[in-house]
Design a protein around this ligand. Sequence first.
Ligand SMILES: [Zn+2]
Length: 137
Amino acid sequence: MENNYIKLLDRVWDNLPEELQNAPRFEMPRAHTFVEGNQTIIKNFNEIARRLERNPEEILKYLSKELAAPSLLQGNRAVIQRVLRAKIIDEKIGKYTKEYILCHECGRPDTKITELKGQKIIKCGACGAWWPFRRIK
Ligand SMILES: [Zn+2]
């Protein structure tokens, strides 16, 4: 009886790694925004950057370009000089994540910006794949 229980536990542990391989889907951070005059403020911008493990300035530069609006960082917040719905911002952050965070080969978020022969690349720590880092103008 006790033996069976231990066997069962063993089986659970044996099965865990496989489960974990399939389970973790990257959870996209959601923007918490509000509109003030003709500006949109992303309240949790620093938190988003932390979750994505990227420089907030870099992400904001991307959003600014995509949304065709000037922006600035203000403490933990980002201020975009345009009236926008949170959904649009989430979509753009999603687009950023696909290009700059999630591995283009295996889809995992364990990527890092690094260099290869003087070129900036994004490299995946999970599968080793890499692709060129497209500079945000
Ligand atoms: Zn990968």
